[in-house]
Design a protein around this ligand. Structure first.
Ligand code: AMP
Length: 309
């Protein structure tokens, strides 16, 4: 599959890379990491990355402007995105050929070439496996900037190697990245710096969570989020604040979006929960999923379904 993907990349002069909405470090890391590898090794190619430029992740990189007509005849690659509804920028279908590279459960084979490896802790890890497989045959170089973005994706999505998605293969590619002498401290400082408004919001979370059986959860409406100046990008940092509490295997954040829909971030240290998220317009990994609810009343249905799990 790696050979097939690379041969396809070599055939196209124009390549546009997408990833999922509400980007996290692995979405941005895999997208920009792949783009940077292609640009370094084929400088004559026109390679662009599209999607919302999340300000809190601008240290990984920023997005490009791409005009509609530039999709004509282009290769489009989508990283880290399980289903087509979650691809950031609806023009993903306007290219000539489409490749999907992902590590989420394979629920939607939306591309012409679908490479899904659920054994990888991060989509960025898959890009590194592909690079390792191809580097000698194609004499490929890994630029430092690419290594840095892929390292960020792997560290973030493996929870600094704490999640059980981390494998020996994860560590093997991280060994390569360590050997490149990238500025790991820069990555760690950016990934784990705690913004004061988020710390203050944590105070709210710890004072206002509710529980039901072994599930712990908190609801944050728009007014509360605004009072702490939270954005969709920065509020994600709160999700760990209800982790690992003794007696509670599952924790959930319900955030009201500006359009009134409720975004649920669901995490587990016990049962798999992604099939529950899938019942509520969501999905994700067995122990880290997201869902979208039409109204506050639906939260109780999510809690009941999780209790069942
Ligand atoms: P989050 O709770 O947003 O951090 O997401 C946790 C995991 O679930 C990530 O891998 C997301 O890509 C995935 N995910 C979140 N929301 C959805 C959704 N609505 N549909 C499918 N997957 C999702």
């Amino acid at each position: 599959m790696y050979d097939r993907i690379w041969e396809t990349i070599k055939q196209f002069d124009k390549i546009i890379i997408h990833r999922h909405i509400s980007p996290d470090p692995d979405a941005m890391g895999s997208q920009l990491g792949l783009a940077r590898i292609i640009k370094e090794n084929y400088p004559e190619k026109w390679v662009k990355c599209v999607g919302y430029s999340e300000p809190s992740l601008s240290w990984i990189g920023t997005m490009d402007e791409v005009y509609n007509d530039e999709y004509e005849g282009a290769l489009v690659i989508v990283t880290d995105t399980a289903n087509s509804q979650r691809i950031d920028d609806s023009r993903w279908k306007n290219g000539h050929t489409l490749i999907k590279i992902d590590h989420h459960p394979d629920v939607d084979a939306y591309a012409d070439i679908n490479h899904v490896d659920t054994s990888s802790a991060a989509a960025s890890e898959i890009i590194m496996h592909m690079f390792r497989h191809l580097k000698e045959k194609h004499q490929l170089m890994l630029p430092k900037e690419a290594a840095l973005s892929l390292y960020a994706g792997i560290i973030a999505d493996s929870g600094r190697f704490l999640y059980d998605s981390t494998t020996v293969n994860t560590l093997k590619v991280v060994q390569d990245l360590y050997e490149m002498d990238i500025d790991r401290d820069f990555v760690h400082a950016n990934l784990y710096k705690r913004r004061m408004n988020v710390v203050q919001a944590e105070g709210y979370v710890l004072s206002n969570f509710q529980s039901s059986g072994s599930i712990i959860y908190v609801k944050m409406d728009q007014a509360i989020q605004k009072s702490f100046k939270l954005t969709t990008g920065t509020r994600a940092a709160l999700v760990g604040s209800l982790a690992n509490i003794e007696g509670y295997d599952i924790w959930v954040f319900f955030f009201e979006n500006e359009d009134g829909q409720i975004r649920a971030n669901i995490r587990s240290r016990g049962p798999k929960i992604n099939h529950i998220a899938a019942q509520f317009d969501g999905g994700g990994h067995p122990k880290a999923s997201g869902a979208m609810l039409a109204a506050w009343e639906d939260c109780d249905r999510v809690i009941a379904a999780l209790a069942e799990a």
